[in-house]
Design a protein around this ligand. Structure first.
Ligand code: PEP
Length: 252
């Protein structure tokens, strides 16, 4: 039985005090959400304070990225996965499409980040997803399977239960244009099949696959009703505690 997970990606929004304010406002609103795991991903500068303020609550904290480098060293501007673990993060998002698009991250980078995350004791939420051009050229499955396989190179069977995949079609991120539940389900089922081919059926049936792309309080239930959708990665609608709580507290 896969426990759903709803994660809020705050992207590059909120100062430390704004992050704390939103996190504390969210706390009572999701306190009874036992049906799913609740995760928020603030900016690096807010991580430590938010982790401290949420200690003992049912909200876990993710970083939005980590370095490909596992050990400390001369890597200006980078933050290692073990440093994220050190401040209390339990998850890290890797391979978000904004990083792939605007910071030239390749599957090889994503793969190194996945390894760094796992070695440091974090759970990796690895994002995959096609652009509109790729979908219109009928390449969506090729792109997504390439990202999935490329990002997970070299993992051992023991690593697999600390991997979560987020399917985020680029054309649906921040656009207000969500994939229909059927479109999302089709890709999620495909991802599970590709994962099963590489890692076996039992690992595939345990894999949590989140959907991301303009998830809102009014479309979450339809998405969560699909058999292969195990949660959501939410951007814009996670910035306000109330709307994120409504998503967390969806009822199918
Ligand atoms: C995201 O940033 O991962 C995302 C899905 O954003 P939005 O919900 O705003 O489309």
């Amino acid at each position: 039985m896969r426990k759903p997970l709803i994660a809020g990606n705050w992207k590059m929004y909120k100062t430390v005090s704004e992050s704390v304010e939103t996190a504390l406002a969210l706390k009572p609103l999701v306190a009874n959400a036992n049906h799913c795991e609740v995760v928020i991903a603030p900016v690096f500068t807010s991580l430590k304070t938010v982790c401290d303020r949420l200690e003992g609550s049912n909200i876990k904290v993710a970083a939005q990225d980590c370095s490909t480098e596992v050990k400390e060293g001369a890597h200006t501007g980078e933050v290692a996965a073990f440093m994220l673990r050190d401040v209390g993060a339990t998850y890290v998002i890797v391979g978000h499409s904004e990083r792939r698009q605007f910071y030239a991250e390749t599957d090889a980078h994503v793969n190194k980040k996945v390894h760094a995350a796992l070695q440091s004791g974090l759970i990796a939420i690895m994002c995959v997803g096609e652009t509109l051009d790729q979908r219109e050229a009928n390449l969506a499955q090729d792109v997504v399977s390439g990202q999935l396989i490329g990002g997970l190179v070299g993992l051992t069977p023991a690593d697999l239960d600390r991997i979560i995949v987020a399917y985020e079609p680029v054309w649906a991120i921040g656009t207000g244009r969500t994939a229909t539940p059927e479109q999302a389900q089709e890709m999620h089922a495909f991802i599970r099949r590709v994962f099963a081919d590489r890692h076996g059926k039992s690992a595939a049936s345990a894999l949590r696959i989140l959907y991301g792309g303009s998830v809102k309080p009014d479309n979450i239930a339809g998405l969560m009703a699909q058999g292969d959708i195990d949660g959501a990665l939410v951007g814009g609608a996670s910035l306000q505690a109330e709307s994120f709580a409504q998503i967390v507290n969806y009822r199918v």
